[in-house]
Design a protein around this ligand. Structure first.
Ligand SMILES: NC(=O)c1ccc[n+]([C@@H]2O[C@H](COP(=O)([O-])OP(=O)(O)OC[C@H]3O[C@@H](n4cnc5c(N)ncnc54)[C@H](OP(=O)(O)O)[C@@H]3O)[C@@H](O)[C@H]2O)c1
Length: 239
């Protein structure tokens, strides 16, 4: 049976690559982005994707997105909270707007969307929520303190949500990417990292197999580790 997949942040990077894989497998795929121009370009380059405009950092956009799905795409059975931004923040000279937007996009949005979509998914034959966290959920990055904290919060939330929803027939999956070569944090910041295609070659089959926590390369090793174990490992590697 084909799935109907909703992916936030589907105009580039990991979200777009996941959207392409689901589409190629014959599923219906709806991508959400905050830029109309990028959505139009993405759909032109990837015919078949269905675009929806929403800035998930805004509460009213999240509610509007939910209502649009209920009205126009009630067949959605997989919700992927992938949209994210990454800010370098100096707390001796804090730009609160950037900081607030990072929290709203990376933490508040997925939590709120889970709250909106869990009751909608309940009772569906194949219901899945996927949250995209980060290896930095497990190792606080000093120059990106809010990014790491938001992702650590999302990891904790996803773990608890999985246990809450387990008995209600909704699978909750966490993808924990390592550094991947996308535009996250600005062009070139992740140029050293693994390609998004290679990352997705590994992650997509794990997603179809509904593995609960999906890592790749070094983030495969963080699953279930304590911070003390992580510190020992990361200090040894010199990161
Ligand atoms: N790349 C990595 O190294 C890495 C590592 C660990 C975790 N991750 C996580 O993976 C996820 C995907 O990131 P990526 O690396 O693929 O980065 P990306 O290429 O920059 O893609 C991010 C996507 O999120 C969208 N987005 C951002 N803010 C949004 C908002 N407020 N409303 C709607 N859409 C929004 C972007 O849309 P626009 O094009 O409109 O900006 C874009 O489609 C993020 O959650 C990120 O934190 C990435």
């Amino acid at each position: 049976m084909a799935d109907t997949v909703l992916i936030t942040g589907g105009t580039s990077g990991i979200g777009l690559e996941l959207a392409r894989r689901y589409l190629a497998d014959g599923n219906k795929v709806i991508i959400v982005g905050r830029s109309e121009q990028k959505l139009v370009r993405t759909v032109k380059e990837n015919p078949g994707l269905i675009p929806l405009l929403a800035d998930v950092s805004r509460e009213e956009d999240r509610v509007r997105l939910y209502k649009t799905i209920v009205r126009e795409h009630p067949d959605v059975n997989i919700v992927i909270n992938n949209a994210g931004i990454q800010e370098r923040l100096d707390f001796l000279d804090i730009d609160w707007e950037r900081c607030r937007k990072e929290i709203d996009t990376n933490f508040t949005a997925p939590v709120h969307l889970c709250g909106l979509f869990a009751p909608f998914l309940q009772g569906k034959e194949h219901a899945v929520i996927v949250n995209v966290s980060s290896g930095l959920a497990f190792w606080p990055p000093v120059n990106m303190p809010v990014y790491g904290a938001a992702k650590a919060g999302l990891h904790s939330f996803t773990y608890a949500l999985r246990e809450q929803l387990r008995a209600h027939g909704i699978k909750v999956i966490e993808i924990i990417p390592p550094a991947v070569n996308t535009n996250l944090g600005g062009p070139g910041v992740h140029a050293h990292a693994v390609s998004v295609e290679k990352f997705t070659d590994s992650v997509y089959p794990d997603l179809l197999a509904e593995k609960e926590e999906i890592g790749f390369q070094y983030t495969e090793q963080v699953v279930g580790k304590t911070r003390r174990e992580m510190e020992a490992r990361w200090r040894k590697s010199g990161i």
